[in-house]
Structures are given as structure tokens and as C-alpha cells.
Design a protein around this ligand. Structure first.
Ligand SMILES: Cc1cc2nc3c(=O)[nH]c(=O)nc-3n(C[C@H](O)[C@H](O)[C@H](O)COP(=O)(O)O)c2cc1C
Length: 206
């Protein structure tokens, strides 16, 4: 007798931090794309982005982006962006889901644009951690069922510069104070804050 049951979930979002990706639109303005399919290894962050999003088009054209990490208390601002796309016209499958075009997502969400130092897309001032990054490789969509309206790009980015709020740093170090940093987590389409600290790995430096 097993504790497990076989299921067919509609999504596999097991739990990852939310990232607000900023990217440069063709007219030079900055778009904001909420996403959560991101993971880090060394100086790289690998992203999964749908092929019909304005963010993926901008990133593959410009090869530059900023990964802005919202804290948990920004979840309602993130959700206010959830039904918006910078893509015009709105792709038919997104129209059916209630998405609408929005040219200025900073204005619509009340988030503040902050110039970047090394890349052209702006940063989001309210996000305590920001990575300026460039695209170093990307993987074209693989096999995909013909009835699905969009595919995914897997994009490898190299982090060029990291910015962090002073009040989440261990003073005079390069370390994030993990008691002060509260990432917004996305778990099977629900928003969460992190729970109690349990311990640390032997490699933790602070
Ligand atoms: C919390 C959250 C997480 C999301 N995660 C992803 C993701 O990992 N990859 C993706 O392509 N879209 C993701 N989306 C959907 C995009 O935000 C959506 O495609 C949006 O239209 C992107 O905006 P854009 O078209 O202006 O780039 C997520 C949305 C929300 C609200």
C-alpha cells in the first residue's frame, strides 16, 4: 500500500520565487513580465518563457534584461500585472483568458522605474534584489503538441551586476541577511512567503 497517488496536475509549478523581468520594448520603453520558472547556478540564471510573451521577444531581440525579485509584501502588485501583456495584438489564447494589452506596466501597477547601470531595460525600485543580466544562449522550443497555442524558450542569462537593499545585507559584506530577505514564492499558482528558518548547509558563508 503506497502513500502516493498518481495524478495529472494541469501545471507543475512546485514552488519557485517570483521574478519580475524587465525588458526593452521596440519603442525604448521598459516592459515588466511576471514569471517564476527561473533557477540559478554560478553566475547564470536559466529562464523558461512562453514564446508569445512580449518579454521573451524583447529579451531575444535585445539580449539584455533585469531580473527583479519582489518581496512577499508586493504580491498584490504582482497579481495586478498578471492579466496584462505588452504584446499587441494580444494573442488569441490570451484574449480568451482575459488578458489585455498594457503599454505602461509601471504606471498600471504603481511600481517605480529606476535606471540600470549596465543594461538598457530599467530596474524596479521596489524590488529589494535586482540582477542586471545578458543572454548568453537560448534553446528553441522542442517537440510540442500541435493543439497547444504557444511553446517555451529556455534562456540562459549571465548575471552582470547584483543590486540589493542595504537593509537586507549583512553590513560590510556581500552577503544577503536571510532573516531580512522575504522572497515572494509561487506554489501551484498560489502566493506564499517563506516559513521558519530550519538550518543552513555546510557551505553557507554567513
Ligand atoms: C506569478 C506568475 C508567474 C508566472 N510565471 C511564468 C513563467 O515562469 N514563464 C512564463 O512564460 N510566463 C509566466 N507567467 C505568465 C506571464 O506573466 C504572461 O505570459 C505575461 O503575459 C507576460 O507579459 P508580457 O507578454 O508583457 O511579457 C507568470 C505569471 C505570473 C502572474
Amino acid at each position: 500500500m503506497s502513500d502516493h497517488e498518481t495524478i495529472s496536475p494541469s501545471v507543475l509549478y512546485f514552488g519557485t520565487p517570483v521574478v519580475l523581468i524587465t525588458s526593452l520594448n521596440p519603442d525604448g520603453t521598459t516592459n515588466i513580465s511576471p514569471m517564476s520558472s527561473a533557477w540559478a547556478l554560478g553566475d547564470r540564471v536559466v529562464l523558461g518563457l512562453t514564446s508569445t510573451s512580449q518579454g521573451s521577444e524583447n529579451i531575444l531581440r535585445e539580449r539584455q534584461l533585469v531580473l527583479n525579485f519582489p518581496s512577499a509584501n508586493l504580491w498584490s502588485k504582482v497579481e495586478s500585472l498578471a492579466k496584462l501583456t505588452g504584446r499587441k495584438p494580444v494573442p488569441p489564447h490570451k484574449q480568451k483568458m482575459g488578458y489585455r494589452f498594457e503599454a505602461d506596466k509601471f504606471n498600471s501597477s504603481g511600481l517605480t522605474s529606476q535606471p540600470s547601470e549596465l543594461v538598457r531595460p530599467a530596474r524596479i525600485a521596489e524590488c529589494p534584489i535586482q540582477f542586471e543580466a545578458e543572454v548568453v544562449a537560448w534553446h528553441a522550443p522542442g517537440e510540442w503538441p500541435s493543439e497547444r497555442p504557444e511553446t517555451f524558450y529556455i534562456i540562459e542569462t549571465k548575471v552582470l551586476r547584483v543590486h540589493a537593499y542595504k537593509d537586507i545585507l549583512i553590513p560590510a559584506t556581500n552577503h544577503i541577511d536571510t532573516d531580512q530577505w522575504h522572497p515572494l514564492l509561487y506554489v501551484f499558482r498560489h502566493y506564499f512567503a517563506k516559513g521558519l528558518k530550519l538550518g543552513q548547509t555546510f557551505k553557507a558563508e554567513a
